[in-house]
Write a protein that binds this ligand. Sequence first.
Ligand code: ZN
Ligand code: ZN
Length: 360
Amino acid sequence: MTEPFLARVARIKETLAARSAGAFLTANPRNFHYLCGFTGSSGALLIRANDAALFTDGRYACQAREEVRGARVILHRHGVLPAVGEWLRRRGERRVLFEAAALSVAERAALGKACGPRVRLVPSTGVVEQLRAVKDAEEVAAIRASARLASDVFEELLPLIRPGIREHELAAELEYRLRRRGSSGTPFDTIVAFGERTALPHARPSSRALRKNELVMLDWGAILRHYCSDLTRTVFAGRAPARIRRTYVAVLEAQQAALRVARPGLAAQQVDAAARNSLRSAGLARYFLHGTGHGIGLEIHEAPRVGRGQKDSLRAGHVITIEPGVYLEGLGGIRIEDDVQITEQGAEVLTTAPRGLLEL
Ligand code: ZN
Ligand code: ZN
């Protein structure tokens, strides 16, 4: 189906009925994009049992008319939330669900003021995010294309990984190649780290120059048709010593262990446990400093989380990262991250960059 918006809005209406609310309001651009197709960065979507309206301003008039499906477009002049509030008040709406995570305290106050005392604003969390977690075929195709694009760039980048190049230079080369191949920006700040700096899981590219016989960690992603990819590769500039090789193999085995168990119906924490137990048997579990993965989609971090204590089950249509890592202070870090679609049968890897230890 090319226009899945009606089905998504129908699910929101079910929530309205279940929670005895007259309207659902989202001011989160990712969420209104998902529900009505509008890709502008400012607006609000109001869904009621029998109608829906997207509020935005004159800058987006043409774009909204072209993109929005299943909702009327209302252009406001003096602020989106005052316009929404006024509209709700005029229609005598009594109980309105809004997304607690999408409004600041000041915005909530502005909305409340415009609604007047008779409208009850009820905070909600995760309503759209839970729907977004399960991707349809078109969404998976977009993520697959995004993962492929990011993977292709890695192979283009390998010849540039030479002693003397600086972290920020390599990051710029990577991002330039993503853009050239059609990525609309980067979904997060690209990570490039050399040597001992690879022990920082979220290193920011610095002016540090690469020396011979050092680890190189790259964590990057593409955005294609609004969908993100996210992958990490760790390579060695030179011939890797035995300890680095052993550690690399242990991280790769942990990743494969997680991949082998990932399937619908399994609690997300079990995928994390598979990676963690594998590293434990190699004596490395205490150096694994983060969760095993996270959902990706319109955003780089979304449901489901794949970490300790995450009891929610995986479902077919989830797309997650699997990214175990080991960080040894003073020596360096190794992380391997791939994007994985949960299918009816199990799991399918969407990223195609080579996974074995590359010695350059
Ligand atoms: Zn990443
Ligand atoms: Zn990630």
